[in-house]
Design a protein around this ligand. Structure first.
Ligand code: NAD
Length: 285
């Protein structure tokens, strides 16, 4: 019977740890960590993610500020809001919820964020620090996956890990972290993507398989080695229902452990963001 890597259970435990740290800060007369989020437009998925992040802040004792801008906001106006957050010393960290509407240059927005407050860990300075193993904000989804592996004591050292997907927010940083000389790293990592040939042959070698593709139920038992640990990052809405990138029913009797969708990585991504905000409150460096 496969172990279910429950993001729900792990998140409860990590949030308790965060709550304790916040209480300690307050007892030391330090301010509560303060996260801000900029949400542009009314995309239902983005709105739901941001609402979830605000709820999380409340739960662990953080302050939160939501800046909601119309979807026809001008690039300059968005940058002004970012500059306001950069200079507001009461805000420790903030995120700009992606994706942004057409007409907004995401790269320019990213570069306008103060790297010290970039709790999504997407600014090139923080990506570079991650790659060099320096203290930084880790991108929330790969960070959350490392915490999930830690919670369930899944050993990664010397294991063959295959990551599917090379996005800047999930697959690419995941491959860097898993191959780094860190706790829950030290794996031998293969990063695969849409141009990879014979994907099934590659994934069949994976002791740990991380699927971040964005295609519902794409990974079935033909891709899986017996006893593999499978982390399903995909969040795909099909007729109003959430599906992962992995066909859970097809693989559940072969794998040794698997994260469900929903109730898996999504909740851990939110924990990653809370951890980064806590770090921001202490100062990244
Ligand atoms: P993306 O579209 O930026 O990247 C998808 C990647 O999949 C690309 O690198 C592409 O090369 C690869 N790919 C596409 N087709 C492939 C194929 N046939 N074979 C091998 N590789 C293929 O997506 P993303 O932002 O990395 O997100 C991936 C999925 O994870 C989405 O479903 C997204 O909703 C979900 N996601 C979940 C969380 C979470 O917290 N759980 C966070 C971010 C993204």
């Amino acid at each position: 019977m496969a172990i279910i890597l429950s993001g729900k259970e792990a998140a409860v435990s990590f949030k308790k740890e965060i709550q304790i740290k916040v209480k300690k800060r307050l007892a030391e007369r330090k301010s509560a960590p303060h996260l801000a989020a900029i949400l542009v437009g009314d995309d239902p998925a983005s709105s739901a993610y941001v609402r979830g992040k605000v709820r999380d802040c409340k739960e662990v004792g953080f302050k939160s500020t939501l800046i909601h801008l119309k979807d026809d906001v001008l690039q300059e106006e968005l940058i002004q809001n970012i500059q306001m957050l950069n200079s507001n010393s009461e805000i420790h960290g903030y995120i700009v919820q992606l994706p942004l509407p057409n007409g907004i240059n995401e790269k320019e927005i990213l570069l306008a964020i103060d790297p010290m407050k970039d709790v999504d860990g997407f600014h090139p300075e923080n990506v570079g620090r991650m790659a060099l193993g320096l203290k930084t904000y880790l991108p929330a989804t790969p960070y959350g996956i490392l915490l999930l592996l830690q919670f369930y004591g899944i050993e990664t050292t010397g294991k063959n890990a295959v990551v599917i997907g090379r996005s800047h927010i999930v697959g690419s940083p995941m491959s860097i972290l898993l191959s780094s000389n860190i706790e829950f790293g030290n794996a031998t990592v293969t990063l695969t993507h849409s141009r990879t040939k014979n994907l099934e042959e590659v994934t069949k070698n994976a002791d740990i398989l991380i699927a971040a593709i964005g295609k519902p139920s794409f990974i079935n038992k033909n891709f899986i080695k017996d006893g593999a640990v499978v982390i399903d990052v995909g969040i795909n809405r099909v007729s109003g229902k959430l599906h992962g990138d992995v066909d859970f029913d097809s693989v559940k009797d072969i794998v040794s452990a698997i994260s469900p969708v929903p109730g898996g990585v999504g909740l851990m991504t939110r924990v990653g963001l809370l951890m980064n905000t806590l770090l921001a409150a202490d100062g990244r460096d």
